[in-house]
Design a protein around this ligand. Structure first.
Ligand SMILES: Nc1ncnc2c1ncn2[C@@H]1O[C@H](COP(=O)(O)OP(=O)(O)OP(=O)(O)O)[C@@H](O)[C@H]1O
Length: 261
């Protein structure tokens, strides 16, 4: 372990099979507090499956995943969210008939303490949480740069704004780890540059970031370290400059045989 660095997420020898398909094959890596780690690899390499195993959607066939020192395999999704892990999805999953603000408030609800009874009887605690939730949503929409769209239905937002809204909603759960699954998919170069700034701003708030991304320029420009998967196996791990020169990575991306790379 690098000196002075505290592990936040430990993926320990994780294998995940779908019938005969080995989507993850003894994958091993550690994410340290405060870093931006890139998880890259060609299509079908197992990146999303890895996110799904970390966030409680899939159960690994073998291996362990620890978050903040606690085992998370077998824990329910909402429990993992409450422990401080949030994610966005490759395909945007917003509530299209709700406003931007309401979508973010749904994220904030993950931590609300109000019971159904106090909501029904509109007790003071319920009002307080409502007001705090609204203020928090306003702050987060401002933070991701779409505060001018606060009362707009999610379905009316542009594609780029919807991606930002997803990030705001994930941030509303007060994560210590934010996992972004291809957040720049479909973005033009200017939007990618803005996203890069936003990811840095998120890290500057003390949030650790795990990023799945296909755009190499973006990955190389924003991450501190990179883990590379191919056919479910980890084939490389290191600093962006090291990974870029790694012959197995070059071969995986260019589709040339390993010994020819
Ligand atoms: N629910 C599932 N059932 C069966 N096979 C699956 C399932 N989910 C993923 N797979 C398979 O697992 C492998 C890894 O897929 P995964 O989606 O994790 O890759 P990826 O690296 O995220 O790819 P992409 O960059 O295309 O999103 C692929 O062979 C895929 O077909």
């Amino acid at each position: 372990m690098p000196p002075g660095r505290e592990p936040l997420l430990e993926v320990d020898n994780v294998t995940l099979r779908f019938g005969g398909v080995v989507a993850l094959d003894q994958v091993d890596f550690t994410l340290y507090k405060g870093e931006i780690l890139g998880l890259i690899g060609p299509n079908g390499a197992g990146k999303t499956t890895c996110f799904n195993a970390m966030t409680g959607i899939y159960q690994p066939t073998e291996g362990e995943i620890r978050f903040r020192g606690q085992r998370i395999v077998g824990k329910k999704r909402h429990v993992i969210t409450q422990m401080g892990m949030a994610r966005t999805f490759q395909n945007i999953r917003l509530f299209p008939e709700m406003t931007a603000m309401e979508n973010v408030q749904v994220g904030a609800d993950a931590h609300h303490k109000t019971s159904v009874l106090s909501a029904l009887f509109r007790l003071p605690r319920h009002w307080r949480e409502e007001r705090d939730g609204r203020e928090k949503a306003e702050r987060l929409l401002e933070f991701v740069g779409i505060s001018h769209r606060i009362h707009e239905y999610a379905r009316n937002l542009s594609y780029g704004e919807q991606r930002r809204l997803e990030i705001a909603r994930a941030l509303a759960t007060d994560p210590v780890l934010l996992c972004l699954d291809e957040p720049a998919a479909g973005f033009n170069p200017a939007e990618k540059e803005e996203l890069l700034q936003l990811i840095r701003k998120i890290r500057d708030q003390g949030i650790t970031v795990l990023l799945i991304e296909h755009d190499m320029r973006l990955v190389m420009g924003v991450t501190d370290r990179i883990v590379v998967l191919e056919f479910g196996k980890k084939i490389a791990e290191g600093l962006p400059a090291e990974v870029r020169e790694d012959h197995r990575v070059v071969a995986a991306y260019l589709g040339v045989p390993d010994d020819a790379a």
